[in-house]
Design a protein around this ligand. Structure first.
Ligand code: IPM
Ligand code: MG
Length: 393
């Protein structure tokens, strides 16, 4: 999974290496192709400005492809994705396909097959960005939610007896393994150690006692290896109260897959809306690529209208660049997105004051200004730096 080094001969005759990364690009459904297009335009310019290269393979997957071929994730698509350095993913899900088929058959299959154990979701209110939470300031909101990404209720195990009758009984299981819980907690401690040194476990241990015990015990065991990190515990319902009102309480939050899904939508709202929230699905052992996606989903209601905010997708690209080791480029892209967001009246729909592509073009222009030094780099690039710090053992 190493970047392939390309030999380049310089004008002086000496050789230098151009860093080259192989990317799979999966635009998917709904607004996925629109926002991914913007992310790729930003990537094109970032490569020129920072002197690296990418080899990109476009993967046609999603509702149309599935309806035409019956193909989801397994087979040829999996094979084409597996050897890449990273995957840029748009979104998937469409009203033309029954709920769950694409979500389970593609998104969850990718996360599980590629052992993307961590779903990293920063919740940071950037300076100048509008939040619906009155009086919230950027200094008070800079955390990372680490969502377990392969287990819990997302394993899709369960059964229904007497389906379709008044006696129907549905059983939906949540599977938690010590190994799966430990790897995400261990990662979270490393991330916290590289940041403000506080890790909060979010669960529902008073009701989900079996799973809760496993999470709590694992947290306590791993904590012994990180004495410098303070630990805390918050029930998931209380989390929905604390997140908007006292986000300063949190630095790194580690949580179960389903709780993480839910609280990160709330986190997205706090930082300006679903359009600006980014995520990384991280494979921690190098056995398969990591995947980077905005958390907003396919939003079929606004697809094709040019209303989608590309910020989440471009910030996910920045996370991808940080993961590949292009930390300076990641920081510059993050800065460019944030300065454009700071100029926007609204962060989604027509209120953005420009179409998806226009916002994307402004991000590219701003990236140039950042590199030229006329727009100052964003202070505190904790997430971008932390990504690298936590990934290396
Ligand atoms: C997310 C999404 C997905 C999830 C859906 C689309 C399967 O909501 O990435 O948060 O539930 O994980
Ligand atoms: Mg979600």
């Amino acid at each position: 999974m190493q970047a392939e080094a390309m030999e380049m001969t310089t004008m002086t005759g000496s050789t230098s290496e151009k860093r080259t990364y192989s990317l799979a690009v999966v635009p998917g459904d709904g607004i996925g192709p629109e926002v991914t297009g913007c992310a790729l335009a930003v990537l094109d310019r970032a490569q020129e400005l920072f002197g690296f290269a990418t080899e990109r393979e476009h993967i046609d997957a999603g509702a149309n492809h599935y309806l035409a071929t019956g193909e989801l994730f397994a087979g040829p698509i999996e094979g084409r994705l597996r050897g890449k350095d990273a995957i840029l993913f748009g979104s998937m899900g469409d009203p033309s396909v029954a709920p769950g088929i694409l979500e389970r058959g593609f998104i969850l299959a990718m996360r599980q097959t590629f052992a993307q154990a961590v779903n990293l979701r920063p919740v940071r209110l950037y300076p100048g960005v509008k939040t619906p939470i009155a009086d919230l300031t950027p200094e008070r909101c800079d955390m990372v939610i680490v969502r377990e990404n392969t287990e819990g209720a997302y394993v899709g195990r369960g059964s229904t007896v007497h389906a379709g009758t008044r006696n129907a009984v549905a059983i939906q299981e949540s599977i938690n393994t010590r190994a799966g819980v430990e790897r995400v907690i261990e990662y979270s401690f490393r991330l916290a150690a590289s940041r403000r040194k506080k890790l909060t476990l979010c669960h529902k241990t008073n009701i989900l006692v079996e799973a809760g015990k496993l999470w709590t015990e694992t947290m306590a065991d791993v904590a012994k290896r990180y004495p410098e990190v303070e630990t805390d515990y918050v029930h998931v319902d209380a989390m929905c109260f604390h997140l908007p009102i006292s986000p300063e309480r949190f630095d790194v939050v580690v949580t179960d897959n389903l709780f993480g899904d839910i609280i990160t939508d709330l986190g997205a709202v706090i930082q300006g809306g679903l359009g600006v929230a980014a995520s990384a699905n991280l494979n921690l052992d190098g056995s398969a690529p990591s995947m980077f996606e905005a958390i907003h989903g396919s939003a079929p209601d606004i697809a094709g209208k040019g209303f989608a905010n590309p910020a989440g997708a471009v910030l996910s690209l920045a996370m991808c660049l940080a993961h590949l080791g292009e930390v300076d480029a990641a920081h510059a892209v993050e800065t460019a997105v944030v300065s454009v967001l700071g100029t926007m009246e609204g962060l989604s729909g027509p209120a953005m004051g420009g179409s998806t592509d226009e916002v994307g073009a402004r991000i590219v222009e701003t990236l140039e200004a950042v590199v030229a030094g006329t727009v100052p780099l964003l202070a505190g690039r904790s997430v971008m730096e932390g990504l690298g710090a936590a990934a290396s053992h």
